[in-house]
Design a protein around this ligand. Structure first.
Ligand code: CTP
Length: 410
């Protein structure tokens, strides 16, 4: 995601400075080229050597150091950055930035850069709540600076409240979002994900092998691209993506209700959930005891949620996923037509690297004009990006001509 991006991380003085180590590690792991600037006070909490080792690059600390200036150069740092991330950001650096003060290397680079700046404050709870700090944050927000709000919790200073540096994973996710084109800002997207769990009795249920990875990727990527996202998910072990409205459900009927309650406002529905086609006709009120002989569960049909949405589609774009083990394209095409969809993402789970529990997928996109595009093995995030690219193209009416492949304009 961050491959090929240069991220300048500004570390200021505060106990949370030690968390910059984890942050830099995660950024590098995500493929970013990381340059670290430390203020004088930051070096009281963590050494430049730590961040130099983790970033793989020399750490800049002084504006007027001849060696550093010739090797790194503060204007070069400002110019080459795709993003500047201040984490942790002290009340001091926020105040200086809000008032145009440049009295050390970090604040000088911050004034000189044209790159987006993401600020992750961390400080004592009363400092954070101080009107001067809040006013400075407001000023910077109005100027387009993005913030990752501090978390609530136990602070190193002994107080409890808001002031703890946001989780490094969340800061990295904000960095990704900051660097992602915002072309879905007018979309309100419902994404369904994961399996259903249909109860048999109070302790047993019927489910399937969906892990929710593809649906969560669809929700995460939509949020990064600026959409308003509601993620309706069956039971999974995943943490809800940052920024999305999360609705946790178990059964297909609960999922249907959750989807319908947001459907009026929705502009797109991405149905990535492996929705249970059947549920036990009777749920036993007590745990069922074993008996001699076979045990038969009578099943009753669940509604086809997506087909129902397709009947009252309006201007919405509807996307289905077809997970198949045979006759993949033929089955997928049938579902596209039967459910009145705009696109179906066909997925042969017998292929290596595709399907449940994988981070990658191999899919064929089929759109309402029956145009097919088989994507190479790619991450589920990349699949999600491609699906949204194609949906935007469909919405604009690009690629409506029958004799073009839907991928030709990319
Ligand atoms: N789907 C749905 N409601 C259901 C079953 C499926 O909305 N009761 C949606 C899925 O989320 C998916 C698409 O329909 O986007 C295709 O699901 P799939 O399980 O592949 O197909 P089915 O419609 O169940 O058809 P079949 O059982 O014949 O494979």
């Amino acid at each position: 995601m961050l491959a090929g991006k240069t991220i300048v991380v500004g570390v200021t003085g505060g106990i949370a400075a030690y968390k910059a180590a984890e942050l830099v590690r995660l950024l590098v792991k995500d493929g970013a080229f990381v340059r670290v600037i430390m203020t004088k006070n930051a070096q009281e909490f963590i050494t430049p050597l730590t961040l130099q080792t983790l970033s793989g690059n020399p750490v800049a600390t002084e504006t007027f150091n001849l060696t550093q200036e010739s090797e790194i150069g503060h204007i070069r740092l400002a110019d080459t950055a795709d993003l500047i991330l201040i984490a942790p950001a002290s009340a001091d650096v926020i105040g200086k930035l809000a008032h145009g003060i440049a009295d050390d290397l970090l604040t000088t680079v911050l004034l000189a850069t044209m790159a987006p700046v993401l600020v992750a404050p961390a400080m004592n709870v009363h400092m954070y709540a101080h009107p001067a700090v809040q006013e400075n944050i407001r000023i910077l927000g109005q100027r387009g600076y993005r913030f990752v709000e501090p978390a609530e919790g136990f602070l190193a200073c002994g107080y409890e409240g808001k002031g703890r540096l946001a989780d490094p994973e969340d800061i990295v996710e904000e960095a990704r979002a900051t660097l992602t084109k915002k072309d879905l800002t007018t979309e309100r997207i419902i994404v369904t994900a994961g399996p259903n769990a249909e109860p048999i009795d109070p302790v047993r249920f019927i489910t399937n092998r969906s892990t929710g990875k593809m649906g969560f990727a669809m929700a995460r990527v939509a949020w990064r691209r600026g959409a308003n996202v509601t993620l309706v998910s069956g039971p999974t072990s995943r943490t809800p993506p940052r920024g999305v409205r999360f609705r946790s459900v178990r059964t297909a009927l609960e999922m249907q209700q959750a989807v319908l309650s947001s459907y009026d406002d929705a502009t797109m529905v991405i149905s990535a959930a492996a929705i249970a086609d059947y549920r036990p006709a009777h749920v036993a009120p007590q745990k069922i005891k074993k008996q001699d002989g076979a045990f038969v569960i009578e099943m009753t049909r669940n509604p086809d949620i997506l087909a129902g949405l397709g009947q009252q589609k309006g201007n919405r774009l509807l996307v289905g996923f077809a997970t198949e083990t045979e006759n993949v394209l033929q089955n997928a095409m049938g579902k596209l037509q039967r459910k009145n969809l705009d696109m179906i993402v066909a997925n042969d789970v017998t292929q290596e690297g595709a399907g449940f529990a994988h981070d990658t997928n191999i899919v064929t996109l089929i759109d309402r004009g029956k145009r097919m595009e088989t994507l190479p093995l790619m991450s589920k995030d990349e699949v999600a990006h491609t699906v949204y690219d194609r949906l935007l193209a469909l919405r604009k009416g690009i690629g409506e001509s029958e004799n073009r492949g839907i991928g030709d304009d990319h």
